[in-house]
Design a protein around this ligand. Structure first.
Ligand code: AMP
Ligand code: MG
Length: 406
């Protein structure tokens, strides 16, 4: 058995991006940039007005009151070529229009009399005021966004501004999902005696989707060797394989054996966590294989703690673990020593501190507590008891957004 921390380290050490693809800018939202990008031109490309008003020669306007002859009009989109502003003159200019030769300040329309032929200024301008200067945002050739950056609306805005329609991002891994067990029937069938619906496949597919990866549902491997060979073999064609169930020490638990037969190298089996102890991790060539326990609560928690960070890392994310923060326990808690324990909690914020209470029955067979949980406490392996008022490490899980509203 290896520790929770060792298991996480061992997994992340094996994770590599599965390639780079160029996708349309909008499709790149939320993805991770795979190359440094440098500015193809200065941003902005020419000095332009930051206000609607008058482009003036600053030296003409040092003595108040000051009246200038309006000799032109420059709306946004107009060219300033050939327009030169002589001493004593001004040009009516709109926001975004190029600053004409000779001018070195813009007087906002609010600080003048709004004249069409002549304009009288109320205040002397500062030199350079209300001008956005060429390259003041980004200079041509400079790296403006680095590989590893998550692409959000600000990145999209600047990439679009530079005319970059296709963006290099890390490819989204295809993640095969395979359930195992003779008791399983697919959704849509009525389970007979002893049968249950294969709910893990759909839950895992949703969780895979949430990480940005592409789920590929393989179906069910029955509890015999041939079925495992066929279905695991199919799953290994993907970039990642996740299996559920059949990984404990029972007579029908074939997943690890058959994976080994198919050439996978087991990195670990059994982790010091509860729930989720029988988790196994193997590499088949460059394909990571996560074998999660079948109990739906264990499947989801081991996905959350081991697979989610791994899938994020494969897509180029740097920070892959949810940040831990402290919450004050409302009730005491006990656990056995030797394993990290994941406890499903509800949270409340009071006077700037988080308070945690149990989200319900903590037995691994109780699925409803997963629905009700807003956070998971990660209780250290060596601890055994916690008093009400003690602080524990937690991370968000599930529908926590409501917590942030007043
Ligand atoms: P196993 O690891 O095969 O012993 O399965 C552990 C428990 O998880 C059993 O109660 C199974 O019925 C349940 N289980 C296994 N696979 C699934 C699945 N795909 N969907 C829902 N429950 C499952
Ligand atoms: Mg089974």
């Amino acid at each position: 058995m290896i520790s929770f921390e060792e298991a996480r380290t061992s997994i992340l050490e094996c994770m590599r991006p599965v390639g780079i693809e160029r996708v349309h800018l909008l499709a790149a939202a939320g993805r991770i940039l795979a190359e440094d990008l440098s500015a193809p031109w200065d941003m902005p490309l020419w000095d332009n007005s930051a206000m609607d008003g008058y482009a003036v020669r600053w030296q003409d306007c040092t003595n108040m009151p000051c009246t200038l002859r309006v000799t032109g009009f420059l709306p946004a989109g107009a060219k300033a070529d050939g327009i030169t502003v002589e001493t004593g003159c001004a040009v009516r200019i709109m926001t975004g229009a190029p600053i004409p030769d000779g001018c070195d300040a813009v007087v906002p329309v609010e600080e003048a009399d709004d004249g069409q032929q002549k304009v009288t200024l109320r205040e002397p301008p500062q030199k350079g005021q209300h001008i956005r200067f060429r390259a003041e945002d980004v200079t041509a050739g400079v790296i403006f966004v680095r590989s590893g950056t998550r692409i959000r609306p600000p990145e999209i805005n600047m990439l679009a501004g530079f005319g970059m329609a296709l963006v290099p991002v890390f490819r989204r891994p295809i993640v095969a999902i395979l359930s195992t067990g003779d008791e399983l029937v697919e959704l849509g069938r009525t389970p007979g005696p002893g049968e249950i619906i294969n709910s893990n496949t759909l839950s895992l597919a949703a969780a895979v989707q949430e990480t940005g990866c592409i789920p590929r549902i393989i179906g069910i491997a029955r509890d015999n060797r041939e079925s495992h060979v066929e279905k695991l073999g199919e799953g290994l064609q993907a970039d990642v394989l996740i299996t559920s169930a059949g990984v404990s020490a029972g007579d029908c638990d074939l997943v690890r054996d058959v994976l080994e037969e198919l050439g996978a190298k087991q990195m670990f089996w059994k982790v010091g966590i509860k729930p989720g102890g029988p988790t196994a991790f193997a590499m088949h060539g460059s394909t990571p294989v996560f074998s999660l326990p079948g109990n739906p609560v264990s499947t989801m928690i081991t996905f959350e703690e081991f697979v989610r960070p791994a899938l994020l890392r494969m897509q180029g994310h740097q920070r892959v673990f949810k940040p831990l923060f402290k919450a004050v326990l409302r009730d005491p808690l006990w656990k056995k020593t030797g394993k990290v324990q994941m406890v499903r909690l509800r949270l409340e914020k009071e006077h700037g501190r988080w308070f945690a209470s149990s989200a319900g029955n903590q037995q691994t067979a109780i699925l409803k507590t997963m629905i009700d949980a807003q956070a998971i406490a990660v209780l250290p392996a060596e601890s055994t008891s916690f008093a009400a008022g003690d602080e524990v490490d937690v991370h968000f899980y599930g529908n926590y957004i409501e917590l942030e509203s007043p």
